[in-house]
Design a protein. Structure first.
Length: 123
């Protein structure tokens, strides 16, 4: 089955993917800048041991969020690649169309809901 099924507006999904990619990349950039700022303030020697502990905690939290956002960027880029290849919206397991409602919520989805349940069960 092709990705262009009746009622599936791939142009709208493409716009959604590109917007989410840009938003996520912006968040990653802002978090990196915040982390650099916190580390720069620490390197400048300001604060005491409590400040150093707070800085370490904030930096660790920002690193976890940044990692999650970077993983999201990878999923979004893969979805954009599938869009360009004409395979976005095609289930990677059964080959059927992934419902538009699923793609609107998770435009990076690679499986329809029944197949995703099977894939998740065997992970």
């Amino acid at each position: 089955m092709t990705a262009v099924a009746e009622g599936l507006d791939m142009a709208a999904i493409g716009r959604l993917l590109r917007q989410r990619y840009a938003d996520t990349a912006g968040q990653v950039g802002r978090l990196r800048a915040q982390t650099a700022s916190v580390l720069g303030a620490h390197d400048a020697g300001s604060g005491d041991a409590a400040d150093a502990g707070t800085m370490a905690l904030e930096t660790a939290e920002q690193a976890m969020v940044t990692t999650a956002l970077q993983e999201q960027l990878v999923r979004l880029q893969a979805a954009l690649d599938r869009l360009d290849a004409g395979t976005l919206g095609v289930c990677g397991r059964c080959g059927e169309q992934v419902p538009l409602t699923r793609l609107q919520v998770m435009p990076w989805a690679t499986h329809c809901v029944p197949c995703q349940s099977i894939v998740d069960r065997y992970r």
